[in-house]
Design a protein around this ligand. Structure first.
Ligand code: SF4
Length: 264
């Protein structure tokens, strides 16, 4: 079985799985419980040895680990509130906590212990990331927004090279590139078609945008959001009527919606 599960082959809409927020919160709580169990063991096991050195040391270690435990519980509760509601203080901070701290543990607990396909965890993460970026309610100048598209969106028999200069496209309508150029010109935002994750990262470094709208598969989006942090990224899952990396597509309406969210 692939890490994305046997059932996932790509589908006409390619939106086979829509994650529920409750499932995400449950996984978050379970991961937090696992972390707390680990914290307890970290305190309990060395306590005996430390007590032999000095009777105060177990309390010092206990205080440090207790502070860590409180941090995990408060973080998990705050993210859960953010996921279930429209309001949260410091959404940017909680996004950082989710991206940097909870996500790797949730993937470990979800996949390793519960056997949840990775794609489900990534889908839920993308949803929650987008939700937190929107809750930040930051507005950006159009020229500081970058739309990043994967090269596999281009019609496979198109002979025009668009990865160096996207405006080489003549807008024949066989793929969404022409429409995306219209949108980028209408809104005054940057558009780049990337041949891979490394080039995409290089372009982000070059353009130095304040916000990114990225289109890709779940795995690339998840790693891209992590790498780009703290840059706000609205992640849009591509359409894969023929499977991964082959003649993919994007719901242009989702790009427009993301632009409205970032431009205000
Ligand atoms: S829309 Fe542009 S990129 Fe797509 S097939 Fe037509 S010319 Fe090629």
């Amino acid at each position: 079985m692939s890490e994305y599960g046997d059932s996932w082959q790509g589908s006409p809409g390619s939106i086979e799985y829509k994650p529920g927020r409750i499932g995400f919160v449950l996984l978050l709580c379970l991961s937090s419980a696992g972390i707390l169990g680990g914290v307890f063991l970290l305190w309990y096991i060395p306590t005996v040895g430390l007590g032999n050195i000095s009777p105060i040391l177990p309390y010092v270690l206990g205080s440090v680990l207790l502070a860590g435990g409180i941090f995990v519980v408060v973080g998990a509760i705050s993210i859960s509130i953010a996921v279930m509601n429209q309001k949260v203080f410091f959404p940017a901070g909680f996004r950082g906590l989710l991206v940097r701290f909870f996500l790797p543990i949730m993937v470990m607990v979800g996949r390793g212990i519960l056997g949840i396909p990775r794609i489900r965890i990534e889908r839920a993460f993308i949803e929650v990331n987008n939700h937190l970026v929107r809750l930040m309610k930051r507005r950006f100048k159009p020229e500081k927004i970058l739309i990043l598209m994967p090269h596999c969106i281009q019609y496979e028999n198109c002979k025009i090279k668009i990865t160096k200069e996207v405006k080489n496209c003549v807008g024949c309508g066989r793929c969404e590139i022409g429409e995306l150029i219209d949108i980028s010109e209408r809104y005054g935002v940057n558009l780049f078609v990337s041949t891979g994750g490394t080039i995409a990262r290089k372009k982000v470094h070059e353009y130095k945008p304040d916000a990114v709208i990225a289109v890709a598969c779940e795995r690339d989006l998840t790693s891209g959001v992590q790498d780009a942090y703290p840059l706000p990224v609205l992640a849009i899952v591509n359409r894969r009527p023929r499977g991964y990396c082959e003649q993919t597509g994007v719901a242009v309406e989702e790009i427009k919606q993301a632009l409205h969210d970032l431009l205000g």
